[in-house]
Design a protein around this ligand. Structure first.
Ligand code: SAM
Ligand code: SF4
Length: 326
């Protein structure tokens, strides 16, 4: 069946699945340093339940999945989930969003289980700064993690950097340079006012136009269609002759709601049709009661909002991306 469309004609074929609200990092822009309350284990969907939900939605046009969190690689035996999702008829593409810490040890098993590709977060290339932004020193080496993904065929490798003024914005050129040497696609993300940002203010947001103008000092940049798979809301550019692309994701200065093709499943089984706001439908309890989820899904898509209102919101007024599966 073709993908279902919502009331605004957007084809919905992409589901982001959060498998945990927990993380081994505490990034400044995502989680508070302490005092977090985690979901109780009984509230979290099992891998069998996640797979059952995907199997019910695939006949309604779901084609592409992204496994995210929190940090998905810290949930035990993630490889099994990948294998189970790979076996669902109709699913064409499975990607993973990760902070990359465990990629060197896990990339090969994930690829063998049927994972197609990874997006990796990296906010600095300097060990001391990585530890201070993540508030944890786990010895994360972004280059080593990206190489591990590339060598096991989890490509195209995309690297996401959240740019923060005065914290890591002096590294945008270094990140852009990675695309001159590797077929890695570096995306600069504008900081968003979600979750607990006591450590940050609006002054830390660096508009994407400023990022692009800074990196264009490295060479001539041309607009590009980007990596061939999984293009979401990024606008891509390429330095002449470079194997990789640079991209900008601009939730703060431009919205891309008009082409939004995605919905989200939280770790506790809520379907969210918009990243922002509070449109949520509980799929877990009906699933556990043995009900058919398809009518609930069809109704949720019919109610998907036209656009978000992020720019009108106050800092701290939204759930953190780690809770909703960013
Ligand atoms: N733990 C994984 C990771 O870090 O890639 C997956 C989950 S994380 C919530 C998904 C993405 O959301 C990451 O690229 C992260 O940088 C981004 N993110 C989280 N909070 C953000 C914020 N306040 N502004 C912009 N991006 C944010
Ligand atoms: Fe963890 Fe990812 Fe949030 Fe950082 S952005 S705290 S790695 S979930």
């Amino acid at each position: 069946m073709n993908a279902l469309t919502d009331q605004f004609g957007r084809r919905i074929e992409y589901l982001r699945i959060s498998v945990t609200d927990r993380c081994n990092f505490r990034c400044l822009y995502c989680m508070p340093a302490e005092g977090l309350e985690w979901l109780p284990k009984r509230d979290i969907l099992t891998y069998e339940e996640i797979t059952a939900i995907v199997a019910q939605l695939a006949p309604l046009g779901l084609r592409r999945l992204r496994i995210t969190g929190g940090e998905p690689t810290i949930r035990p035996d993630l490889v099994s989930l990948v294998r189970m999702l790979r076996a669902v008829p109709g699913i064409e593409d499975i990607a993973l969003s990760t902070n990359g810490v465990r990629l060197p040890e896990m990339a090969s098993a994930l690829a063998d289980a049927g994972l197609d590709r990874v997006n990796m977060s990296a906010d600095s290339l300097r060990a001391d700064r990585i530890a201070s932004i993540a508030r944890r020193n786990l010895g994360f080496d972004p280059r080593r993690a990206a190489l591990a993904a590339e060598q096991t065929g989890l490509t195209p490798v995309k690297i996401n950097m959240v740019v923060m003024r005065g914290i890591n914005d002096d590294e945008v050129e270094d990140f852009a340079r990675l695309t001159l040497e590797h077929a890695w696609h570096v995306r600069f993300i504008e900081l968003m006012p979600v979750g607990d940002m006591r450590a940050l203010t609006w002054d830390h947001v660096v508009p994407s136009d400023e990022i692009l103008s800074r990196i264009s000092a490295l060479g001539s940049l041309t607009a590009d269609s980007g990596p061939e798979r999984g293009n979401g809301p990024a606008a891509y550019y390429r330095f002449s002759g470079a194997p990789g692309c640079v991209g900008v994701i601009t939730p703060m200065t431009h919205t891309y709601c008009g082409s939004c093709n995605r919905v989200r499943l939280t770790a506790d089984g809520r379907l969210r049709t918009c990243l922002y706001g509070d449109h949520e439908v509980n799929l877990r309890d009906p699933l556990r009661a043995g009900e058919n989820l398809q009518p609930l899904y069809v109704q949720a898509l019919a109610d998907k909002p036209r656009e978000h209102h992020l720019l009108q919101m106050q800092v701290g007024g939204l759930r953190a991306l780690s809770q909703v599966g960013g």
